[in-house]
Write a protein that binds this ligand. Sequence first.
Ligand SMILES: [Zn+2]
Length: 87
Amino acid sequence: MVNNGTCPECTRLQNELGEAIIAHIKIVGQIQLAAMQQDFHLQATLEPLLSASEERRLQAKTNFKEHEATHLNGNASLPCDDSRTSQ
Ligand SMILES: [Zn+2]
């Protein structure tokens, strides 16, 4: 059902999600390090980056899920393919 590996848009969105997750984890690690070192200035600097990366991660996840749903519904956004689905 799921078009894993064959749909270029799935691959693109999966890569984007992977990058967003890695970027987010990296910033979480930096913030934890700053907290341990009680570097409040660095923490304050990283806070907005954390929010932004969290947002990017959630957005990438939403984009992927929404695209994936087009495969699950059976109409992989190919309106010109109606003749074949009516069999
Ligand atoms: Zn796809």
